[in-house]
Each structure stands twice: as structure tokens, then as C-alpha cells.
Write a protein that binds this ligand. Structure first.
Ligand code: C2O
Length: 595
């Protein structure tokens, strides 16, 4: 693939960054932009309501109305060479890597009613390319947040306080750090060659690497503020029972690690529900532990044996922004966001929405655990557990201020090995690793006497080839044919059998959660603790002008072994609405074999 020269200066950025404003950095500006400083001063529960609703966000319909570039990718190459961007060179990313990090403007996908905010970094014309840190420092070890000793807590709090105390136009300030998430998730950046396409680093293969780089600089800045280059960002160990509640260091109301905009009923010692759905009561005690462990087993081990299943679908220049989430992004990453945010805020702020999630210090520890899952996933048995090697992925670029306030362009290819980045995770037990679920006991007679639901008419089983599209307003059960049955062990190791639910369509502002079961004879499906549970779909809502259209892919090879269904011609797939019932349409359900 052709590569492009990396620009060291970018024409339209102001040489004189004072005072910082959206206008000096953006290609599209707004005179009504609220500065981050003002935003953060207002970040108190008493003010939040008024602030969040004081002005309807101006719709960007005019932008949407402009047609997206209709060239193929080769034409774009030529177009860029001919000066499509005037004096601005194409970003360091190869053309198919989507984000143009030099073009930051107004966040255009903020929820309705949220005042416009400037999410772009303070302007600076000097951008350098990332180089690896020297090996002279010991590895920064990220510890589990619920096990820190007093000294570590003091250090962490001090760093956070110093970060919060910086002026909001300082790239190291907490306000600026939080705004990074908004910029990359609420379409502040332009797409290379497609200025009218929106950019979001979620719902695709960019999810893991973007957040890895984000935390890398966040951690280095915290370390710099306390003059401790060995500082490792604590991770929220929600995949273990002891680590599942909000770690107490974040719940101390007098601490700089505290954030008031959280669900008041989800305070420690309550454990987070990794399969949380706001409209279904969470399990408790041992049942919740079992459910959490099997969810983790499902998402890490059985349903995510290939890169696409784990990391998410490819996302290249010209693509629409919702490509398809990987297993962990889908669940439990989303659950932790929704479970932690305050449901009494208009949009579940802070953690429940992307534009505001970075304002809660727990966000970074949540994502440290997500990041840790990437490292763990690669060590689990299975020959397809490798990073993508596609250059469109490896050359995707992001822009961050480093610990020396230097703007650095980073590429995905440089973040695949955390040890090369100078950090690793403290090894702790993985209680879910051995939590392979088992099949339910067979019923003596279907729907006969003794069945709790004998009075209820069972859901009819339709033919998957004719049943869709269908609104998910009640349980859908379909018979899905398999392309191949009775595969050998070797075939199964090479290629995964994948259940594909396509054309999942909903308004992006809605929180959607549905569960998927295979060959479950019960009408009331019982949750992840049984092998019949194949996985679930969920999303952190965000505003888009069109309906979101996405998909869910679940690896089912191992699950079919557990169900004794290896030799079956077809499977009965049940799609069970949990949240957003009636607000999502399903386009198709198929089974394919793929590596
Ligand atoms: Cu960028 Cu957990 O979201």
C-alpha cells in the first residue's frame, strides 16, 4: 500500500494559541461554543440539569445534506494529491485509516438539549510522530483499584487533584483530558477524504486501540504531575467478585476521584451486573457472581475466538461510523457505562454517554480493565487469537498531548504490545476462566403439567429466511439452517461458526439491549448462567441523524458442543428484548463459518 509523507506542521492551525478557542483550531466553528472551563465549573449536580438543557444543540442537517464524497478509494488518493485540502497535507494515516487528526471542529453528535461544547485539543501547530519510550524505566504496573494501599491511594488522589486544578486550557487539565473522549466520539474530527462522514472510535476495530492510546497518555500525565514516572493507572477489576463494586476510592465524596453524576443506588458494596439491563432486576449474591463469571467466559473465551469477534468490525475511510462492536465492547463495557451513570440525568451522565463519560475519573479505570482484556485475550488458547494485520487498521492514527505537552500523532501499529509502551497489568486471578456454562436439564415433557408457564402460549418458531425484517417487540424465535454440521475438531479450530444478526436498526439515542439464546426450550430465558445463552447486544446511546444500522456476531462453535448440537441441521435462535422493546428492528439471522 502506498504511504504518505507525514506533515510536521499543519497549515490552518494557529501559531498563536492564546486565548484558546474552537475557532483557532477548527475548520467549522461556532460562536456559541461553551469552553471546557465553563463546562467544568458547572459540573455540580445542582447545576447539571439547567446546564444540560439550556440550549438545544443546533442540528447539523446542513452538513448532513451535503453528499459524502462518492469516489472510490483510489480517486480519493488522487484527490488528496491534487490539494483537496488546500495546503493541509493528508494526515499521517494511510488513506483508508479513517481519522484526519488535523481537522477538529464542532462536536456534532451531542445529545439533544446539551449545550455545544468545544471538545478539540488546544491548538498547536507542532505535531511529532510517536517514538517508543526508552527502556531505562521499569514497567509501570497497573494494579487493581480495590486493592491499593494507603500510599498508592494518596499518590493517585494527589495526581488527580493536581490535574483537576490546572487551568482548563492546559492540555494536561482534567477538563481537556475528558474532552478527548468527546472529540473522538462525538464527531469532532473529519474523515480522511470524506469531510462529511462522521467519526466515532466506538462500534468498530478502533475501539481497543483508541482507548489504549488515550489511557497511555493520561497515565503518563498523572505520573508527570506527581513526578513519578512509574505510576500505573489502577484498573477497575469488575471481572472478579471482589472487584465488581465501584472501588471505594472512587466513592469517597471528598476525594478528587469522586464524581457526583453516578447512579446513587449503585454504590459499594453492590456488585456491578455485567449483563445489566436497566429494565430487568439484577441478580444478587451468588447468582450474580455466577452470571458475571459466565458472561466473562462467554465474551472472552467461547464467543470471541477470532479478531473480528473480539475487536469489532473493520472501519475504513468512507465507511459509516457504526461497523459492529466486538464482544467486550458490546458486553460488559457498555453495561459498566450504563450501570455507573446517573439515570436521573437527561442522558445518564456522566458515564452513560460518550460525550460526558471522560468527566468521571472512574472512566479511565473502567477502560484500563477493558484494555487489560486485550492482553489477556491474546494469551488464551486458540490459533486465531491474534491482532489484526490489516494495514488500514495498523495505520489508523490519533492525536494526543503527551506528558511534555507535545502533540503526538500515534498509530495503531505501535500500541499492540503494552510492554513496548512501558506498562503491564498486575496479574490477578481470573475467576471466569473456568466458568464454562452448562446446558439446562432437559424437560420431561414440553409445556406439560408442572411448567410454570403452562398457561402461556409458546412463541411460534418461524423460518429465518422469511421471518425478517421484524420489530423486536416480543421474543422472536426462528429456525436457522447451518452451512455445515458435524465438523471435525481441526475444522473447528481453524474456523469459527458464527451466528450473525444483521440489520439491527434503531434510533441511536435509544439504549437497546437484547439477549440471544440457542435451542432454549423455556419461554422465560434464564440468563447467562446456562449454555443456551449465546450473547447479547447493547449500546451506549448517542445521537445520530439517521437510524443506526449495525450487527451482532457471536461465535458459537464451543456453545454448540455444550448444547450437544454439533450434528443438528439447524438451530432455534431466540432473540429476547430487554431494554428498548419495540424500538429496534432485526434485519436477518444467519449462520456462517469464518476465521
Ligand atoms: Cu470510549 Cu467506554 O467508551
Amino acid at each position: 500500500m502506498a504511504s504518505f509523507p507525514l506533515p510536521t506542521t499543519v497549515g490552518h492551525l494557529s501559531k498563536n494559541p492564546s486565548p484558546p478557542s474552537a475557532a483557532s483550531f477548527s475548520s467549522s466553528t461556532s460562536t456559541t461554543t461553551t469552553s471546557n472551563s465553563q463546562f467544568f465549573l458547572n459540573q455540580k449536580r445542582s447545576h447539571a440539569k439547567k446546564f444540560l438543557s439550556c440550549r438545544a444543540a443546533k442540528d447539523s442537517a446542513d452538513k448532513e445534506a451535503l453528499s459524502d464524497g462518492k469516489f472510490d478509494r483510489r480517486d480519493i488518493l488522487v484527490g488528496l494529491g491534487a490539494g483537496l485540502y488546500g495546503t493541509t497535507a493528508v494526515s499521517g494515516a494511510a488513506f483508508a485509516a479513517p481519522i484526519d487528526v488535523t481537522k477538529c471542529g464542532e462536536a456534532t453528535t451531542l445529545p439533544t438539549g446539551v449545550t455545544k461544547i468545544d471538545c478539540c485539543p488546544p491548538p498547536n501547530p507542532d505535531i511529532i510522530d510517536f517514538t517508543f519510550p526508552s527502556k531505562t524505566q521499569p514497567l509501570r504496573i497497573r494494579p487493581p483499584a480495590h486493592t491499593l494501599d494507603a500510599k498508592y491511594v494518596a499518590k493517585f488522589k494527589k495526581a488527580m487533584q493536581l490535574m483537576r486544578d490546572l487551568p482548563s486550557d492546559d492540555p494536561h487539565s482534567f477538563a481537556q483530558q475528558a474532552a478527548i473522549h468527546c472529540a473522538y466520539c462525538d464527531s469532532s474530527y473529519q474523515m480522511v477524504g470524506f469531510p462529511n462522514k462522521k467519526i466515532d472510535v466506538h462500534f468498530s476495530w478502533l475501539f481497543f486501540p483508541f482507548h489504549r492510546w488515550y489511557l497511555y497518555f493520561y497515565e503518563k500525565i498523572l505520573g508527570k504531575l506527581i513526578d513519578d514516572p512509574t505510576f500505573g493507572l489502577p484498573f477497575w477489576n469488575w471481572d472478579s467478585p471482589a472487584g465488581a463494586p465501584i472501588p471505594s476510592i472512587f466513592a469517597d465524596t471528598s476525594s478528587p476521584l469522586y464524581d457526583v453524576l453516578r447512579d446513587a443506588s449503585h454504590q459499594p458494596p453492590l456488585m456491578a451486573d455485567l449483563n445489566y439491563s436497566s429494565s430487568v432486576a439484577s441478580l444478587t449474591g451468588d447468582e450474580l457472581i455466577k452470571s458475571n463469571n459466565t458472561v466473562m467466559y462467554n465474551q472472552m473465551v467461547s464467543s470471541a475466538k477470532t479478531p473480528e469477534l473480539f475487536f469489532g468490525k473493520p472501519y475504513r475511510a468512507g465507511d459509516d461510523q457504526i461497523k459492529g462492536q466486538g464482544a467486550i465492547e458490546n458486553i460488559p463495557h457498555t453495561q459498566i457505562h450504563i450501570w455507573t451513570g446517573d439515570p436521573n440525568q437527561p442522558n445518564g451522565e456522566d458515564m452513560g454517554r460518550f460525550y460526558s463519560a471522560g468527566r468521571d475519573p472512574i472512566f479511565y479505570s473502567h477502560h484500563a480493565n477493558v484494555d487489560r482484556m486485550w492482553n489477556i485475550w491474546k494469551t488464551l488458547p486458540g490459533k486465531n487469537r491474534k491482532d489484526f494485520t490489516d494495514t488500514d487498521y495498523l495505520d489508523s492514527a490519533f492525536l494526543f498531548y503527551d506528558e511534555n505537552k507535545q502533540l503526538v500523532r500515534v498509530k495503531v501499529r505501535d500500541c499492540l504490545d503494552t510492554k513496548k509502551l512501558g506498562y503491564d497489568y498486575k496479574e490477578v486471578p481470573l475467576p471466569w476462566l473456568k466458568s464454562r456454562p452448562v446446558r439446562k436439564a432437559k424437560k420431561a415433557s414440553k409445556g406439560g403439567a408442572g411448567s410454570a408457564n403452562a398457561a402461556e402460549a409458546p412463541t411460534p418458531i418461524e423460518d429465518a429466511s422469511t421471518a425478517f425484517p421484524k420489530v423486536l417487540d416480543k421474543i422472536i424465535k426462528v429456525n436457522v439452517p447451518r452451512p455445515k454440521k458435524s465438523r471435525t475438531q481441526e475444522e473447528k479450530e481453524d474456523e469459527e461458526e458464527i451466528l450473525e444478526i444483521d440489520g439491527i436498526e434503531y434510533d441511536g439515542d435509544e439504549y437497546i439491549k437484547f439477549d440471544v439464546y440457542i435451542n432454549d426450550e423455556d419461554e422465560v430465558q434464564s440468563g447467562p448462567a446456562n449454555a443456551e445463552f449465546a450473547g447479547a447486544f447493547s449500546n451506549v446511546p448517542f445521537k445520530v441523524s439517521k437510524k443506526v444500522k449495525t450487527n451482532l456476531s457471536l461465535g458459537i462453535t464451543e456453545l454448540l458442543e455444550d448444547l450437544g448440537a454439533d450434528d443438528d441441521e439447524g438451530l432455534v435462535v431466540a432473540i429476547v428484548p430487554r431494554t428498548g422493546t419495540g424500538k429496534v428492528t432485526i434485519g436477518s439471522v444467519k449462520i456462517k463459518i469464518s476465521s
